[in-house]
Write a protein that binds this ligand. Structure first.
Ligand SMILES: Cc1cc2nc3c(=O)[nH]c(=O)nc-3n(C[C@H](O)[C@H](O)[C@H](O)COP(=O)(O)OP(=O)(O)OC[C@H]3O[C@@H](n4cnc5c(N)ncnc54)[C@H](O)[C@@H]3O)c2cc1C
Ligand code: SF4
Ligand code: SF4
Ligand code: SF4
Length: 379
């Protein structure tokens, strides 16, 4: 049965939880706000299935199939509501229009994120756009399998570790399954996000109506985090000034597995990898209209096929991977855990509210000392 020695050895993909024939695994929130499997040993029959499907325990060698990379922009309005060039929305459209099913990360009514299945084009906006916290896969691998066995086309999108978990769970190749992963910096703690939501709702004395992590109102390069409140108020601030994004981009609130990520390599389980073409302003400035351009990397023939189905809706240009990703090292190798992470989560465990968590980031003498003491204690 699954028994984790170190937190870093679990990316939270949920494959073990979903495969267990005795349903004796549940995903429980830890003291940092991330989910981990917990086994009811009284019910476990030691079948080892949970270990077999774990993408961290079993790192199968994947053929390094790099079939090319492109820069792409959706010609339609989908792009404005997407994080970068709007490739994902178009892929979703083509699958749904031919009777398929699409899985992606969506907000729930408490503004937490989990994977959902959609079956109609009207629902595409729910799964579009990056949500910068870990998405719960819940029972989406089981549902995916059911749709595949029914002969429907399925497009499943997520982080590279989620796609690896899904493929391990399925344990079989399906011609009707398409997978897309994102170039992934890492996933922040849903627990920290919850504290942020509570703080901003209190500040605006209102519930939330809509959230956009990547609002292009001031341009794509200089994107804003926007939150619409039910009382009609709007919060919109540049990503560098937003306190939650600041914690995320300083790598302070990522899942432990993200600091030793084994999935960021270019040999991937997915058919396509999508990301932000940030370096376009240096590489092909003539294409950069500051409304969002994606990079799309093809790993398999199925990836080539599905890209071919949407090519008329995209403006595309071939590009060398090393050139376009030159400035985005974090998407190809794990980030380094900063010294202040342990102190911030120490405060989180002791019920600090979001503003108090922000204070742990200040460069004061007291904080430096506390950071050192807590880090030494936890090592
Ligand atoms: C947590 C996270 C970290 C990222 N880090 C980088 C990075 O370092 N460098 C880079 O170039 N790009 C990164 N991206 C990808 C980037 O933000 C865009 O998602 C990508 O460029 C695709 O944009 P799009 O316009 O084609 O489609 P969009 O419509 O923006 O597509 C977003 C896709 O991401 C999925 N998704 C959204 N939130 C989550 C989540 N929490 N967990 C799993 N899947 C999710 C959606 O289901 C959808 O498939 C990251 C995305 C996420 C979610
Ligand atoms: S060993 Fe089998 S029964 Fe036990 S937790 Fe794992 S999958 Fe479930
Ligand atoms: S990585 Fe996935 S399969 Fe492995 S223990 Fe964690 S949740 Fe389970
Ligand atoms: S950085 Fe790696 S482990 Fe973390 S969410 Fe992304 S793919 Fe998964």
């Amino acid at each position: 049965m699954i028994s984790l020695k170190h937190k870093k050895d679990c990316c939270g993909c949920g494959a073990c939880y979903q495969i267990c024939p005795k349903q004796c695994i549940d995903m429980r929130c830890d003291v940092e706000g991330f989910l981990y499997p917990n086994v009811d040993k009284r019910v476990c029959v030691d079948c080892h299935l949970c270990e077999k499907v774990c993408p961290i325990l079993h790192q199968e060698k994947t053929e390094d199939k790099y079939l090319g990379s492109i820069l792409a922009k959706n010609r339609s309005d989908i792009r404005l509501n997407s994080s970068s060039g709007g490739i994902f929305g178009e892929l979703a459209k083509v699958i749904l229009s031919s009777g398929g099913v699409v899985f992606g990360a969506a907000f729930d009514n408490k503004w937490m994120v989990h994977h959902i299945a959609i079956e109609s084009v009207q629902d595409i906006p729910k799964v579009m756009g990056s949500k910068y916290l870990q998405s719960e896969t819940q029972k989406s691998f089981i549902e995916t399998k059911k749709y595949l066995e029914d002969g429907r086309e399925v497009l499943y999108s997520g982080t590279a570790c989620q796609i690896s978990g899904l493929k391990a769970f399925l344990r079989k190749h399906y011609d009707n399954l398409y997978t897309v992963d994102v170039l992934c910096h890492g996933v922040p703690s849903p627990g920290i996000w919850e504290r942020y939501l509570s703080s901003i709702s209190q500040e605006y004395c209102s519930d939330i109506e809509a959230i956009n992590f990547r609002d292009k109102i001031s341009g794509w390069h200089n994107y804003s985090v926007s939150i619409k409140f039910c009382n009609g108020d709007l919060y919109s601030e540049n990503y560098e000034k937003n306190k939650y994004m600041n914690m995320f981009l300083k790598d302070l609130i990522l899942r432990p597995s993200c600091y030793s990520c084994k999935f960021k390599k270019m040999e991937r389980k997915s058919d396509l990898t999508i990301g932000d073409a940030w370096n376009i302003e240096n590489v092909m400035p003539e294409l950069d209209d500051d409304k969002g351009t994606s990079i799309c990397i093809t790993h398999t023939d199925k990836g080539t096929k599905i890209l071919d189905r949407i090519k008329d809706s995209l403006k595309m240009a071939e590009i060398e991977l090393d050139t376009i990703l030159a400035e985005d090292a974090d998407s190809r190798k794990p980030v380094i855990m900063p010294g202040g992470r342990a102190y911030l989560f120490f405060a989180y465990r002791h019920n600090a509210n979001f503003n108090a968590l922000c204070r742990t980031m200040k460069n004061t003498k007291k904080n430096k000392l506390l950071k050192k003491i807590i880090r030494n204690r936890e090592n």
